[in-house]
Write a protein that binds this ligand. Structure first.
Ligand SMILES: CC/C=C\C/C=C\C/C=C\C/C=C\C/C=C\CCCC(=O)SCCNC(=O)CCNC(=O)[C@H](O)C(C)(C)COP(=O)(O)OP(=O)(O)OC[C@H]1O[C@@H](n2cnc3c(N)ncnc32)[C@H](O)[C@@H]1OP(=O)(O)O
Ligand SMILES: Cc1cc2nc3c(=O)[nH]c(=O)nc-3n(C[C@H](O)[C@H](O)[C@H](O)COP(=O)(O)OP(=O)(O)OC[C@H]3O[C@@H](n4cnc5c(N)ncnc54)[C@H](O)[C@@H]3O)c2cc1C
Length: 670
């Protein structure tokens, strides 16, 4: 759609005059410096000027088939643009560039069918191939001579990877693997792009050689002819059907009938099968084939932050424009943003987007540092990364989904319109809570790490920094509540330590009563999930505070003030959400809670004048927001009417169904 130009809505113009800080300063902080902001804007200019974002009819008014075809068209031209002009600007060839990720949303209101190519296929090649394999597949994948996906999940199993049924049996005579789908439930299911788009695929299958099963391994499989795009003989492939979102991403199913691939198509960086069928197990760590999942979990924290920033931008701008009800008799209707309950719904969204973005950046740096350790042969930091990326992926995607839905509630009936974009943003983020490891499953992985850390600390061993609070707790350090940043973080750590201690105790008590470890663990899993969530909260709170302090060191006083107001709001909000836990595990008193409640309500008032400026500081162009409610000019009603008028349903004054059904019904002739 071409966005019509309107003058700024007067309410929104007034809001912007109230701003107390330099918006550009905050934009630069989140981009990583002035230069990066300027580079991002250049990239956005090129993509927006390319005309690629244009749709003849709104995406939501297209059929599923049309949406898919439109998304493929855009993906192809966008890929070409990335290889030409965008590469010149960025000087980078990669898929990591946050600016590319952001502007991709200007093209796809839903998502690109190529997402998994960049999001998982290329990263798996980079992380799992030998250098010889890398030289064969990486240039082709980066150049889009081959397009790929990641097929792990099956109809019968997603979470439990060890339970996957697809087999890859080595045939030493021909030096090939035979891929086979032995049952209905063994069919690959869900892989993005698999339904219609891709011609190659990373397949996760149980490896058999010399009659022994060595567990799941990764294989590069060509599934379609490069010229005709027909499925190769022995391959059954198709689209799984309509779903809540991801409508343009052609999630697919895949079955193999004794399909043969060369030995070299097993990704052999970590484990190998030699020509004679001898299996060589990974030298350093048994779970290195799970590395792409760790990578995506890390990027999903960024997705949570980015999508929440979009939703809250839409809802705050709308709330500044929307007037409803009256605060006092005969007074003009106020902007709904003036209601403290509305501020309560929205300002936590702004603070959370900051918290998650800074946590995502920190996690990304941690990921890079662990990768560099691993390149030197040291896998010692991997368990902590796995524990961190698991809980942060779980909690950030889950919180973001809840807050995005809250943004929709904050926009009343108009938020329910697809043209608000809130339903799309929600359905995308809701899926992130499930895929790449369901919420509960990932928190249980973190819980394993926490229980182990507890046992190590008990044995007097040093534990990693993110769990050093466990050692303090075991030394008997009592928590004394202080309502400062550090004080609150320490109390949240005391909550996490208290919950981990209770889990350890429950497991031990259950074992004393005769249960084996597995049953004792199973019966404690409700508490274990809770403990892992509490640990994750303390990590987010600490990272957010530390990062704001570090990044605003040389900022103007006004930026420091407003960024810190949001930190305090976040800390107060979570304190009030978790009073039960804090009363149990810290020395917080009722008086302290009253103080925190008052502080929270005062902060809403302090932040109110800067609310619109704070969402402007996410610097999200209208073309990325795709929202009738959230455009920079605030012309909500004009856009809603424009969209209604453009609705294909209104192209004819009388729909044919009137003549076919309604009229005969009215006339008693049906
Ligand atoms: C145009 C666009 C521009 C740019 C795009 C760029 C980015 C895009 C942004 C978006 C993201 C991209 C794509 C998104 C779209 C869709 C993606 C969806 C893809 C998928 O969903 S793929 C399928 C994912 N599936 C899962 O995640 C399954 C979850 N299950 C598991 O991970 C495992 O089964 C398990 C961990 C639950 C259990 O595994 P297990 O049984 O093998 O292991 P154990 O529980 O017995 O544990 C043993 C031991 O191993 C440790 N462990 C487990 N996992 C790991 C790991 N990953 N790393 C390190 N260690 C691990 C575990 O802790 C145990 O250790 P211990 O010491 O013995 O306790
Ligand atoms: C939009 C979308 C895109 C996807 N894209 C891909 C893709 O490209 N490639 C791919 O391979 N996969 C993909 N998936 C699949 C995805 O990774 C899985 O759906 C996900 O990992 C969850 O697994 P599951 O469906 O088996 O859920 P299940 O494991 O069946 O979960 C169902 C419920 O059971 C609970 N549960 C399961 N096991 C346990 C346990 N041990 N303890 C306690 N509770 C348990 C879970 O918490 C959950 O509440 C995609 C999924 C979606 C929704």
């Amino acid at each position: 759609m071409v966005l019509k130009k309107y003058n700024i809505n007067p309410d929104l113009a007034l809001e912007r005059q109230k701003c107390t800080f330099d918006i550009e300063e905050i934009i630069n902080i989140f981009d990583g410096g002035k230069e990066k902001t300027s580079q991002r804007r250049k990239i956005e200019d090129v993509v927006l000027k390319s005309g690629l974002c244009h749709d003849d009819v709104p995406e939501e008014c297209m059929s599923l088939k049309e949406r898919y075809e439109n998304a493929v068209r855009k993906s192809c031209f966008f890929s070409k643009l990335m290889k030409t002009e965008l590469q010149e600007i960025t000087g980078i060839e990669d898929f990591e560039t946050p600016a590319i990720r952001r502007i991709a949303d200007a093209l796809f209101k839903d998502i690109s069918p190529f997402l998994l190519h960049l999001g998982m296929f290329v990263p798996t090649i980079i992380g799992q191939c030998t250098s010889e394999q890398l030289m064969i597949w990486l240039p082709k994948a980066l150049d889009l001579q081959i397009i790929g996906g990641y097929a792990q999940t099956e109809l019968g199993h997603g979470t439990f990877i060890r339970g996957l049924e697809t087999t890859a049996t080595y045939d030493a005579d021909t030096e090939e693997f035979v891929l086979h789908t032995p049952t209905l439930t063994a069919h690959k299911w869900w892989a993005g792009g698999l339904g219609k788009t891709i011609n190659h695929c990373i397949v996760v299958a149980q490896l058999y050689t010399k009659g022994v099963c060595y567990g799941t391994h990764l294989f590069m499989v060509q599934i379609r002819d490069l010229d005709t795009h027909m499925p190769l003989p022995g391959i059954k492939v198709g689209e799984i059907g309509p779903r809540m979102g991801f409508s343009s991403a052609d999630n697919g199913f895949l079955g193999f009938n004794n399909f043969r691939i060369p030995r070299n198509n097993m990704l052999m960086k970590h484990a190998q099968v030699q020509k004679d069928g001898t299996y060589v197990k990974p030298a350093r760590h048994g779970k290195l084939t799970y590395q792409t999942m760790v990578f995506v979990r890390v990027t999903l924290v960024n997705e949570a932050a980015f999508n929440l920033s979009k939703a809250v931008t839409i809802a705050v701008r709308y709330s500044a424009v929307r007037r409803q009800s009256e605060m006092r008799p005969n007074e003009p209707e106020p902007q709904i943003l003036d209601y403290p309950t509305q501020q309560h719904k929205l300002f936590i969204g702004i603070a959370t987007a900051h918290a998650f973005q800074l946590t995502a950046n920190w996690l990304w740096n941690t990921f890079k540092s662990v990768l560099s350790d691993m390149k030197k042969g040291d896998v010692g930091t991997l368990p902590e990364l796995h524990a961190l990326s698991s809980c942060l992926k779980a909690v950030c995607t889950s919180d973001a989904a809840l807050l995005i839905e809250q943004c929709r509630y904050a926009c009343g009936g108009h938020g329910y319109m697809l043209s608000s974009n809130l339903p799309y943003i929600y359905s995308f983020v809701a899926a992130t809570r499930t895929y790449e490891g369901d919420y509960t499953i990932l928190l249980l992985q973190t819980a394993r790490f926490l229980v182990k850390a507890w046992e190590q600390a008990e044995a007097g061993k040093t534990v990693t920094p993110t769990v050093s609070y466990i050692s303090r707790s075991l030394k008997g350090e009592k928590n004394s509540w202080r309502s400062t940043d550090e004080g609150i973080i320490k109390s949240f750590q005391a909550v996490a330590a208290g919950k981990i201690a209770l889990c350890v105790k429950s497991i031990r008590d259950r074992m004393k009563s005769g249960l084996d470890y597995e049953d004792a663990w199973l019966l404690t899993t409700v508490q274990l999930v809770d403990a892992a969530e509490a640990h994750c909260r303390s990590v987010i709170l600490e990272t957010y505070c530390n990062e704001v302090r570090r990044l605003t060191k040389s900022s103007s006083d006004n930026v420091k003030i407003v960024m810190h107001q949001l930190v305090t709001l976040y800390l107060s909000y979570w304190t009030l959400q978790r009073t039960g836990d804090l009363l149990r595990y810290s020395s917080i008193s009722e008086k302290d809670i009253d103080f925190m409640q008052r502080q929270y309500e005062e902060l809403l008032q302090h932040i109110r004048p800067n609310a619109v400026a704070l969402v402007d500081a996410f610097d999200l162009r209208d073309e990325i927001l795709h929202s009738s409610l959230g455009a920079y000019d605030g012309r909500v009603y004009e856009r809603l009417m424009e969209q209604a008028e453009n609705n294909p349903m209104n192209a004819e004054p009388v729909n044919q169904s009137f003549h076919k059904y309604i009229k005969p019904l009215l006339q008693g002739k049906l």
